[in-house]
Design a protein around this ligand. Structure first.
Ligand code: F0G
Length: 367
């Protein structure tokens, strides 16, 4: 008699073996708007670490976890939405996609278009996107166009181009982007076995907060969780149209990823905040920079915009708005390597010594 087949996990990998994460479309196919036979354009995005932060937990008296979406294939959460948007664009027979970006969307669109054998055109604000992000779009073969203007103006142009020309828009106004980005909320719940009490995240164009809120709500509607988190979104103070209740014509912030004055999903961000008894607030560049350094000192290198969620967490704590023991998830949306310039700012150059054992021991303070 032959031996019984080894048991498999829900994802089909042999039990006891490594879980081969297949990307968000395969992992959550039953929740995605794709046919059974739709081939996924994937770089195996998602499945990113939810990291318990002892330090932030101690500081706040809560159980704080960070969802490190910088660990995605192109280094940001955008890959979750892009796998869906490019899969659907390809399935519909498109050959070209277009997007406006503060850098991460263009990096992701360029990579997924390249994987799909499609072309990508990206419009970015001249001189206002991090070098790493620009490099990504370039190496993946996108047509990179810098506009003498800001993200909001670039998005307006892209929306119009998509109406009149044979290109598919893959900004988060494309509903498939939001569909894909819901997966991050499901991963948080799948990992914790419950929804967090408080969910803290940066807000720029407001697609991601829209997606998380939809993801949590769907799990609640399906009976997977019984309580929803309070949603706390943070804009940068110099780019805080939702907080101010008015468009910002000339948005400013060191967190260039969220340098946005007229978010496309403005109203949905307000819905998420209101329905969850949460808020959309702002943090200053100073708070963002301090939060960036704090988490880096505890092992997580996230980009400046991502640190807005940590700055928000610390602000909530200071204002006495967290209850002891609450479970909190802060989303870190992008990888710090995207923008090493900021990481090195205000930091002393490393010392240079002769290639010598004694000199090394001395320089390290070991002798
Ligand atoms: N964090 C990072 C690292 C981002 O790149 C963005 C948005 C956000 C947060 C905000 O997310 O727009 O869904 O509210 N970046 C876009 C881009 C605008 O073009 O890469 P959001």
């Amino acid at each position: 008699m032959s031996a019984p087949a080894p048991p498999t996990t829900s994802t089909g990998s042999p039990a006891g073996g490594a879980h081969a994460w297949r990307g968000i479309i395969e992992e959550y196919r039953h929740r995605m708007p794709v046919a059974d036979d739709t081939p996924a354009v994937t770089l195996r995005e998602g499945g990113t670490p939810l990291i318990h932060s002892e330090h932030l937990s101690e500081l706040t008296g809560c159980e704080v976890h960070v969802k490190f979406d910088g660990a995605n294939p192109t280094g940001s959460f955008k890959d979750r939405g892009m796998t869906m948007a490019i899969t659907k664009a390809k399935e519909a027979g498109n050959e070209a996609v277009i997007c406006a970006s503060t850098g991460n969307t263009s990096a992701s669109a360029a990579a997924y278009a390249a994987k799909a054998g499609m072309t990508a055109g990206v419009l970015v604000p001249a001189g206002k996107i991090a070098m790493g992000k620009l490099a990504q779009a370039v190496v993946h073969g996108a047509q990179v166009i810098q506009i003498d203007g800001n993200f909001d103006q670039a998005l307006t142009i892209c929306r119009e181009l998509a109406e009149t020309e044979p290109v598919e828009l893959v900004n988060s106004v494309n509903p498939y982007r939001i569909d894909g980005q819901r997966s991050a909320a499901w991963e948080v719940v799948d990992h914790l076995g419950r929804a967090p009490d408080v969910h803290v995240m940066p807000v720029g164009n407001a697609g991601n907060i829209t997606a998380y809120w939809r993801g949590y709500r769907e799990y609640r509607d399906d009976g997977i969780i019984d309580a929803l988190p309070v949603m706390r979104g943070y804009q940068a103070a110099g780019s805080a149209p939702i907080v101010q209740g008015a468009k910002v014509e000339k948005p400013q912030t060191i967190a260039t990823a969220i340098r946005i004055g007229n978010p496309a999903s403005w109203s949905q961000a307000l819905v998420a905040a209101e329905e969850s008894n949460g808020s959309i607030r702002s943090v200053t560049d100073d708070q963002i920079l301090q939060a960036f350094r704090l988490i880096a000192r505890h092992g997580v290198f996230a980009e400046m915009a991502s640190a807005a969620s940590i700055a928000g967490l610390l602000q909530l704590h200071e204002d006495g708005e967290l209850e002891p023991g609450q479970t909190v998830v802060c989303v870190l949306t992008g990888h710090g390597l995207k923008d090493p310039e900021w990481a090195m700012s205000g930091v002393d150059e490393p010392v240079t010594i002769p290639a010598d054992l004694d000199a090394a021991a001395e320089a390290l303070g070991l002798r």
